[in-house]
Design a protein around this ligand. Structure first.
Ligand code: ARG
Ligand code: ZN
Length: 850
């Protein structure tokens, strides 16, 4: 069944109140629900409730047995009055729930995941985000196994029952859609703290984990408090309940979930300490804690009318968490990281068979639309509005949005209109960004004369995407600057709005030859071809005063060098070596920035710029450049390596930057075959007092042929075999290995006793990472494709969402040579033909075939 945006109709029945009664058990849970239903408008249609995988025990309407029918995951009940109380009793089996949607068991804890359509697996209900209800939740359970009982809102009662059981009741005063419902029952302990809001209310905070993990919750708690403060200061948003709880569980389909007052997290985004988490993990914990907290306003107080509006909450909330992280750390490095993610995940999606607009038009399974386009490109749309409006008018727009739509289920259109009215600007054409898929391509050419005049000619083209062959030009905000080629100083800077297909922008009074810096800060999510030569790129990498643009110039310089080598041109490494040398020696740059700037573009990024991806040629070209950089600058890498040696772990931007540069330098030293490099790496591996240094050394060794390699892998395994999140890293490091034996190693790891299909983190750690290893996955034999398809089919029987998320790498077949493309298609066809396939995987695989 295809669901279409244009088919939206308001609900026939509303449910202003729901009271839930849970008799909890892992094998069997009984759920009694009392719904106050109210007819919405004049009609005589029955009450239709979604119901999936439920054993229905009884249905009453106003206390009487009622006529009903359960068919095709819908429970239809005849209700003859305009309002009624509908009561249902169902049974579910949390332990048998391997999909991890609805109520399920994770490590002995009972927990829920309802977004997008999991609530219907708990109780019959109109499972759509525009039905908002006041929830009361009563839970009863064995007190020894489930001493802690949590739900949304505030606790209102608790007590003991016979037979070693107990109960607790929670009430959420804010009407909410059912996808925000949550409950948790388990043997948990809390890191407790409190936060006093701007208006002086005290909020009790709790981060609930299993007892041995308690010591790893301090960072998440600090991030939560910082987020609460930041949202008050930046958006004027205050928390609205007396309690805010977070629970960490180890089996979770994605990152985390913003359930009202009771966020539930994948443990990898809560637990962090120096011994087990890298700096990137620490950053991700803070970013996701902030993201889920920010949803309280952008998502919960104002929710989505229907799932086509998903980016209304996700795009905006990602933008908010990006701003938060930028404010807490290095703005430039954060922007570099965000753009890297966008280019690695969203650009390929936008250019492939699964491309869809930020506000999609149709879906078979909504879970497949929690995508980089909806999240990350969606965030770029908000960022562009921020750039166009400026911070004050943007804030006026969000203020209007929050006050106008508080308590409502809103649309992306509502958001844009609030921006227009609050910001005082016309965004009519900007709406194209919500409806047109595809990454716009910009051509930019700067021509200057001897009289100080210059013309910047811009043109844009939006590529065709599935279902959208004709495109209109988009309004594209481009931050542009000109630098003097002789002095290295900035001559001009402005925000250019490219509104039409073509534009010419005139500059005058330039006293020297101008060099173009464009899409500074990555002001628009587009591809720019500016045709600058290697010398101009090297110049910008040394002189641009916009950190992002400076990084970008270096990346473009490296990319152009690699592309030339891949297409068989002469490998001239000199310009890159000279630019890296200068960057390493520049005392004005901090370690974190240098590390980002001198890192080579990934193999897949290089592939994205080729008409036909040649994984082996790309690997060879990139290795050659790495070796050349490593040997030519060995002295500087050594200096950088020793200058960044730390005595004791500290989590500060400066210390993080030092560790990052240290890993990069070690990688180059090993790549260049420096004689003592493997020993340096092994010493770092053994002496490290933090996971960043230890994992950095392990990664460098795993990619090398050094004898120390196996010692380090075995040592890592022995040390961390009992810590699932760290063991995930052990799998990932090997799955991403650049060595020739990576494919065999991954096949063997899939038979390792610690590998399991049932834990999404472990699946992604091995199989997800492997599919991102361009050379190994695209092994010309097709074995990598077969391995992935086998895994998809095996996981699909347990967990369709996790399986579906592994399909897109196979959908990139159009980008490869005929032989590989045929092998990839054959695997997709095998998947589509498999009996009992989920609609999740069916949608992704059939669309991927095109
Ligand atoms: N709303 C959650 C978040 O981004 C993610 C929910 C994902 N749900 C899904 N079915 N994939 O914070
Ligand atoms: Zn979100």
């Amino acid at each position: 069944v295809i669901v279409r945006r244009e088919d939206y109709r308001p609900p026939d029945w509303l449910v202003p109140e729901i009271a839930l009664d849970f008799d909890l058990g892992a094998e069997r849970t009984r759920v009694r629900a009392r719904l106050k239903v109210a007819r919405n408008g004049a009609h005589d249609r029955p009450l239709v409730l979604d119901a999936e995988g439920l054993t229905l025990v009884e249905v009453t309407v106003d206390g009487e047995a009622a006529e009903h029918r359960l068919e095709d995951e819908r429970l239809t009940i005849t209700v003859s009055t305009a309002a009624a109380v509908v009561e249902t009793l169902v049974e579910i089996g949390p332990r048998a729930n391997t999909q991890l949607m609805g109520l399920y068991e994770s490590g002995g804890i009972l927990c829920t995941q309802c977004e997008a359509e999991g609530f219907r697996r708990i109780t019959p209900f109109p499972d759509r985000p525009d039905v908002l209800s006041r929830f009361t939740v009563c839970m009863a359970a064995d007190k020894a196994v489930y001493p802690v009982l949590l739900s949304n809102g505030d606790p209102v009662g608790a007590g003991d029952l016979d037979g070693g059981r107990h109960w607790a009741e929670w009430r959420d005063p804010f009407p909410k859609p059912c996808y925000l419902f949550a409950l948790v029952a388990g043997d948990l302990v809390a890191n407790r703290d409190s936060f006093v809001t701007a208006s002086g209310r005290t909020v009790d905070l709790g981060i609930w984990v299993r007892e041995p993990d308690l010591s790893k919750t301090a960072h998440a708690m600090a991030a939560l408090k910082a987020s609460m403060k930041w949202d008050e200061e930046t958006y004027g948003r205050e928390y609205d309940l007396a309690v805010f709880n977070i629970v960490a569980v180890s089996d979770f389909n994605f990152g985390a979930m913003e359930n009202k007052g009771l966020n539930i997290f994948n443990s990898r985004y809560i637990l962090a300490d120096a011994e087990t988490a890298t700096d990137a993990d620490f950053d991700a914990v803070a970013g996701v804690v902030a993201h889920e907290y920010f949803h309280n306003w952008s998502g919960n107080r104002i929710t989505c009318r229907d799932w086509f509006q998903l980016s209304l909450k996700e795009g905006f909330t990602v933008f908010r968490d990006q701003q938060f992280s930028a404010d807490m750390g290095s703005r430039a490095v954060k922007r570099i990281e965000d753009v890297r993610v966008l280019r690695a995940a969203q650009f390929p999606e936008d250019g492939g068979p699964l491309a869809h607009p930020v506000r999609p038009e149709s879906y078979i399974e909504i879970s497949n639309f929690y995508t980089a386009t909806v999240y990350n490109k969606g965030a770029e749309l908000i960022r562009m509005m921020h750039t166009i409006l400026g911070p004050e008018r943007f804030r006026a727009g969000t203020d209007l949005y929050f006050s106008r739509h508080d308590g409502e289920a809103a649309t992306c259109e509502d958001f844009v209109r609030a921006m227009e009215e609050g910001g005082g600007i016309d965004l009519s054409r900007f709406r194209l960004w919500y409806s047109q898929a595809g990454t716009p391509r910009i051509r930019a050419a700067l021509a200057s004369d001897d009289n100080g005049a210059a013309t910047l000619t811009l043109s844009q083209q939006v590529p065709a995407t599935p279902g959208q062959t004709e495109k209109q030009p988009m309004p594209i905000p481009l931050k542009v600057a000109l630098f003097g080629a002789d002095s290295g100083t900035k001559l001009e800077e402005r925000l250019v709005m490219l509104e039409e297909e073509r534009a010419e922008i005139a500059f005058s009074g330039l006293l020297e030859r101008p060099v173009l810096s464009i899409n500074r800060d990555f002001s628009a999510p587009v591809v720019v071809e500016a045709g600058r030569d290697l010398a101009d790129l090297a110049f910008l990498s040394a002189h641009d005063d916009n950190a992002f643009a400076r990084y970008e110039a270096m990346q473009q310089l490296m990319l152009d060098t690699l592309l030339r080598a891949v297409s068989g041109g002469p490998a001239d490494h000199e310009p890159v070596i000279a630019a890296v040398r200068e960057t390493l020696a520049n005392p004005a740059l901090d370690h974190a920035f240098i590390a980002e700037a001198v890192l080579l573009p990934s193999e897949s990024f290089v592939g994205d710029h080729l008409a036909v991806v040649d994984p082996d040629a790309i690997r060879a070209a990139r290795e050659a450049l790495r070796v050349a950089l490593g040997s030519a600058l060995e002295g500087q890498w050594r200096a950088a390596y020793s200058a960044t040696a730390a005595n004791r772990f500290e989590y500060s931007p400066a210390a993080k930057g030092a560790r990052r540069l240290r890993s990069v330098a070690l990688g180059y030293l090993l790549g260049a075959g420096a004689e003592d490099a493997a020993k340096l790496a092994m010493r770092q591996f053994e002496d490290a007092d933090n996971m960043t240094d230890r994992q950095g050394a392990l990664t460098a060794l795993v990619n090398s042929g050094a004898a120390e390699r196996n010692t380090a892998l075995a040592g890592f395994y022995d040390r961390y075999r009992r810590d699932p999140l760290v063991l995930d890293k052990w799998f990932t490091v090997q799955a991403l290995s650049t060595r020739d034996d990576a494919l065999e190693a991954v096949e063997a790891l899939a038979r390792h006793p610690d590998f399991t299909l049932s834990n999404p983190n472990r699946m992604r750690a091995l199989v997800g990472a492997f599919a991102a290893n361009q050379r190994a996955f695209h092994d010309v034999s097709g074995r990598g494709y077969r391995f992935l398809a086998d895994m998809i089919l095996a996981v699909d029987r347990l967990n369709p969402q996790t399986a579906a998320r592994l399909v897109p790498p196979l959908g990139r077949w159009r980008r490869f040579d005929e032989g590989r493309a045929a092998l990839m298609r054959a695997e997709l066809e095998r998947i589509v033909a498999a009996p009992g396939l989920s609609k999740d995987v069916f949608e992704q695989a059939s669309k991927s075939l095109g």
